[in-house]
Design a protein around this ligand. Structure first.
Ligand code: ACO
Length: 402
């Protein structure tokens, strides 16, 4: 590792690294990834163990505080989350300003950004108590708001949170339930959603987290920063991939057409990429994809959907791609989103809500990273340099003479 900041001070040198492929923008104690070995640790704990032994709120506590909670700490944390699940009544009016067919991510960017107008104390980013309160508010309200995005698009009434339920169960009820009938949660499906949330909770300096850090480096409030993160997550190369995978599978439609799409993915003249394949850091396998694949089987078994056409298609696509020389040479493996879309679909979640669910999960990571950045004395305002390739200095000729 070269400390380029020190080298810059001494010699004026700086690096050219579009896409930050080999530049660390910060130091962090939250998440560790070894892309070659397929290792992902949350605060030192392997993702496999966190996914198996913890629920999502425990993982949130771990990411925010650095340690797993004991029974008392967990109870207090859950209490503080449940106290904040309701959204301000004024905020609910925001929805009416959107078209019913607006993409949920478009609504989410707006509504989360608007939260800064409701919690003025969050502007004081140097105050630890306010930072903690903002973290709790964001984690608590995100499921309520994501469920509202869905209800708004379908024209159904918003569901209030029911605080006796767990985090994922509550979300499923707000999403699928109506005031007319009691929602009966299925523990296998609730656990699957919880697992999706755990697996997406943090992933070090990915594009959206870096966006949150960059926005926050100017001292912007956490709601505005998270709104920026949501905007970045939306893209198909990042969080939009889970939605893009499903759309791609539907477009392929039949096992007989897989070869045609593999051929397109390899063709450099064609911009088509196999969605859900490849990762900037994982060049062997994505450990989250393995856990997600297992969850996918559990959910399809529970629902008796092993013969699901899309799932069979996905399995066959994975098999063919993994045996293909191009994919082997470029180290392209299925990432977590290759399977999460299939699971979300089986949970009855509409495709255009997939990325919003990712945002719900990643909120804790964004806010933990934002908090770490605020308290890091090494951190300065984010201000990348550039390699200027434009015109050399020249004089303006008055318009009449041009
Ligand atoms: N299908 C076909 N070819 C691919 C794919 C793919 N899915 N992914 C990468 N490649 C090729 C590239 O064309 C490139 O080829 P080249 O060397 O001939 O130029 C090579 O593999 C390296 O890929 P890059 O795009 O340079 O790798 P980068 O690290 O910049 O991008 C990314 C990683 C964005 C994830 C990319 O693999 C991709 O677009 N995948 C599909 C979208 C996706 O699944 N995104 C989810 C990421 S995980 C997440 O956000 C939770």
């Amino acid at each position: 590792v070269i400390d380029i900041r020190a080298l810059h001070k001494k010699t004026g040198a700086f690096t050219y690294d579009p896409g930050f492929t080999s530049t660390a923008s910060c130091s962090s104690k939250i998440t560790f990834i070894d892309g070659d070995k397929g290792i992902l640790l949350y605060r030192g704990y392997p993702i496999e163990q966190v996914a198996e032994k913890c629920d999502f709120l425990e993982a949130c506590y771990l990411l925010l505080n650095g340690e797993l909670p004991d029974g008392r700490e967990m109870k207090e944390f859950v209490n503080s989350i449940t106290q904040h699940t309701l959204v301000h009544e004024q905020l609910t009016h925001f929805f009416n300003g959107f078209r019913r067919d607006a993409h949920p991510m478009a609504i989410l960017v707006g509504v989360i950004g608007a939260m800064s107008a409701f919690y003025h104390e969050s502007m004081d980013v140097k105050d630890e108590e306010f930072r903690k309160l903002s973290a709790i508010r964001l984690i608590a309200k995100m499921p309520t708001i994501v469920a509202m995005c869905h209800k708004y698009s379908t024209g159904l009434p918003f569901m209030f949170p029911k605080n006796s339920l767990g985090y994922s169960e509550n979300f499923m009820r707000m999403l699928h339930g109506t005031p007319c009938d009691e929602y009966l949660p299925n523990p296998v499906l609730t656990r699957a959603l919880d697992r999706i949330l755990i697996l997406h909770a943090d992933h070090e300096q990915n594009a959206s987290t870096s966006t949150v850090r960059l926005a926050g480096s100017s001292g912007a409030n956490p709601y505005a920063c998270v709104a920026a993160g949501i905007a970045c997550l939306w893209g198909a190369a990042h969080g939009g991939a889970n939605e893009a995978v499903l759309l791609m599978l539907e477009e392929i439609g039949d096992v007989s057409r897989i070869d045609q799409y593999i051929k397109r993915a390899k063709d450099k003249e064609d911009s088509f990429k196999l969605m859900g394949f490849g990762h900037r850091v994982y060049k062997n396998f994505d450990p989250r994809a393995i856990l997600m694949r297992q969850t996918c089987h559990e959910v399809l078994n529970e629902l008796g959907l092993h013969d699901d056409k899309l799932f069979k298609l996905a399995m066959q696509l994975e098999k063919i791609a993994l045996e293909d020389e191009y994919f082997i040479a470029k180290k392209l493996y299925p990432n977590v989103d290759f399977y999460s879309g299939i699971v979300l679909r089986a949970l009855g979640i509409p495709t255009d809500l997939f990325t919003a669910i990712f945002a719900m999960a990643r909120t804790v990571g964004w806010i933990a990273q934002w908090d770490e950045m605020i308290t890091d004395s090494e951190q300065k305002i984010g201000r990348p340099r550039q390699l200027y390739k434009g015109a050399a200095k020249r004089d303006v000729v008055p318009i009449a003479n041009r």
